[in-house]
Design a protein around this ligand. Structure first.
Ligand code: C2E
Ligand code: MG
Ligand code: MG
Ligand code: MG
Length: 290
């Protein structure tokens, strides 16, 4: 592919421009890798927490933990970019361990602030590369033990590609996470090679419908049909559903009417720092019902 691009570039006399582009890309990748290594060693990453909302009641059910990185040299780097570099470089292992540990610690800090167990959980993203390389079950076990929180407070977000990559390994891991009482969510559902048999035979609790279906489902009939299909599949298999990328009240209302249990998106809240997430939860918590 790269060679073909060089040929085309040569033909059009654009080879220098092309070379510079490739060089710039490689330099950027290299500096992200080395700066990320430093950030991981020096505590330069943070977690942001985005609320997961129970659509029928509007209550905060939990938060998704999302890695954030503000580098002194590079500025803000999107997780889409640095997670990819972490996966290529092997840094995904320490990054993933940090995220699991930090998510569990955030829960224990919230519990301490509240004076009792907060009725929310946190979702932690797992990369397929991390699942292939690391012992993710003992990673979670250690995070839980260290923070003293119960396993049912954590949800692992996995993707379809992790199951395809090594079905046996994925199966063992998911059952090990269930032994820890954790929940398992299938992230970005609908974008991968949906293996319906694995949904049935693996201990999956939640389907997260990818934003690409949700955000345009009211204008695009096909997207709407896909969302409806996922909802009825989930109902048959007794799985909970979270719709990602809800940006308007109209979407939130429509999804709730369609029977979608949970939602996440900028309409409710953007990912926010740990202390703000706690305040967000507390402001919405109905003390009457406890
Ligand atoms: P994801 O797991 O699918 O996370 C949801 C992404 O959608 C987040 O992007 C979130 O900020 C964004 N989002 C939520 N609601 C809306 C909305 O209403 N509109 C739009 N346009 N976007 C919305 P973010 O934080 O940039 O993360 C991107 C991806 O990076 C994540 O996608 C996840 O795959 C990966 N990632 C982030 N943190 C971690 C981590 O700690 N470990 C691993 N392995 N991956 C992570
Ligand atoms: Mg996710
Ligand atoms: Mg997602
Ligand atoms: Mg996504």
């Amino acid at each position: 592919k790269a060679q073909a691009a060089v040929k085309i570039a040569k033909r059009s006399g654009k080879v220098e421009i092309y070379r510079n582009g490739v060089l710039k890309e490689a330099q950027r990748r290299f500096s992200i890798e080395s700066r990320l290594r430093t950030a991981l060693a020096q505590g330069g990453l943070t977690l942001a927490f985005q609320p997961l909302i129970h659509l029928p009641t509007g209550e905060v059910n939990g938060f998704e933990a999302l890695a954030r990185w503000e580098d002194p040299d590079l500025g803000h780097v999107s997780p889409v970019e640095f997670i990819a570099v972490a996966e290529e470089s092997g840094l995904i292992t320490p990054l993933g361990r940090w995220a699991a540990y930090e998510a569990a610690q955030a829960l224990s800090r919230w519990d301490a602030k509240f004076g009792q167990r907060l009725p929310v959980g946190v979702n932690v993203n797992l990369s397929p590369i991390q699942m292939a390389r690391d012992d993710v079950a003992s990673m979670f076990e250690e995070s839980l033990r260290y923070s003293g929180i119960a396993g049912d407070r954590l949800t692992a977000e996995i993707t379809e590609s992790a199951i395809i990559a090594d079905p046996d390994k994925a199966r063992k891991l998911l059952f090990a996470l269930k032994d820890l009482q954790m929940l398992i969510a299938m992230d970005d559902f609908g974008t991968g090679y949906s293996n319906l048999a694995s949904l049935h035979s693996l201990p999956i609790d939640i389907l997260k419908i990818d934003r690409s279906f949700v955000s345009t489902m009211l204008e695009d009939r096909d997207k709407g049909a896909i969302v409806r299909t996922i909802l009825s599949l989930a109902e048959s298999l007794n799985l909970a559903v979270t719709a990602e990328g809800i940006e308007t009240q109209q979407l939130a209302d429509a999804l709730q009417k369609m029977g979608c249990g949970y939602g996440q998106g900028f309409y409710f809240a953007r990912p926010m720092p740990e202390a703000e997430a706690f305040d967000y939860w507390r402001a919405r918590w109905n003390f009457e019902t406890v």
